[in-house]
Write a protein that binds this ligand. Structure first.
Ligand SMILES: [Zn+2]
Length: 281
């Protein structure tokens, strides 16, 4: 299989070839748009050659320039889960299910993220854009799926399937090819190793569910993990690291789920990160 990785400011997009052209997995931040165009040109491809876009989940660093992309080539069919479709309408990273940062070291590094993205893209990432993206409404020819379809069901002529791999977010999915290559979005990562992240991303909605998704990937036959953040790695690393980030070290969002799911207003007005002991009092 022809497979190309494009590294943007913090996100890897992947391109793979199918019968009709190239399939793109995820975009990046809105600020990554010009960087994406340069990277694509560098590997000798054009936006006109992209037939499909598959979104692994709704986060700002994965869907930031979907609008620009389909405006330039409206023939691109964007494939997403039903849950992602709904969350894309909102325009901000969902926090209504709670969760938090994986540990204290990550919490102290996160303030550098905007500076880093600005330096990498040459575009100033504004503070008010943090965790926000331009809402996207699925078009008539986009592909909204439920469950775990085969790629053929999405009109992609390759042997592989979608796997629901929640935990990072409620809508996270992975793309598992029958040969064992697996694009996981943020269902696993390979970065900030010095911060003790052990193949976790920095934000996790439900850590137990996150690990359950790792077990699912292993059982389903994944061999090589291709994450959105960091380099590819063998699946054995997931088996080794299951449980190594511990829920008591998470820096949790204050009871956001309780706020949104038990009040009639339904709106979280402020998000504070506290440690789990405070949150559980
Ligand atoms: Zn994410």
């Amino acid at each position: 299989m022809d497979l190309i990785k494009l590294s943007l400011s913090v996100t890897n997009c992947y391109l793979f070839r199918n019968g009709k052209g190239w399939v793109l997995v995820d975009t990046g931040y809105e600020e990554d748009w010009q960087l994406f165009r340069r990277r694509l040109a560098f590997v000798g491809l054009q936006i006109a050659q992209i037939s499909h876009l598959i979104l692994t989940h709704h986060h700002d660093d994965h869907v930031g320039f979907v609008g620009e992309l389909v405006a330039e080539n409206p023939a691109i069919a964007a494939a997403m889960s039903e849950s992602t479709r709904e969350l894309l309408l909102v325009g901000k990273n969902d926090q209504s299910y709670g969760g938090g940062l994986i540990n204290r070291r990550v919490e102290s590094l996160i303030g550098l993220k905007q500076l880093y993205v600005s330096l990498r893209t040459g575009k100033h990432q504004r503070k008010e854009n943090n965790l926000h993206f331009r809402p996207y409404t699925a078009r008539r020819d986009d592909i909204v799926f439920s469950g775990e379809p085969r790629l053929h069901d999405l009109g992609i002529e390759l042997e592989g399937r979608i796997l629901a791999t929640p935990g990072h977010t409620v809508d996270s999915v992975s793309i598992l090819f029958d040969d064992g290559d697996c694009m996981v979005g943020d269902a696993a990562a390979n970065m900030l190793r010095l911060a003790g992240t052990h193949n976790c991303v920095i934000f996790v909605t439900d850590l137990e569910q996150y690990y359950a998704s790792w077990r699912k990937l292993i059982a389903a036959g994944a061999k090589r993990i291709l994450p959105a953040h960091g380099r590819s790695f063998p699946v054995e690393r997931l088996a080794h690291n299951v449980g190594r980030n511990r829920p008591e070290n998470m820096r949790r969002i204050v009871a956001a789920s309780a706020l949104t799911h038990s009040t009639t207003s339904g709106e979280v007005t402020g998000v504070d990160i506290v440690n789990s002991q405070e949150a559980s009092k």
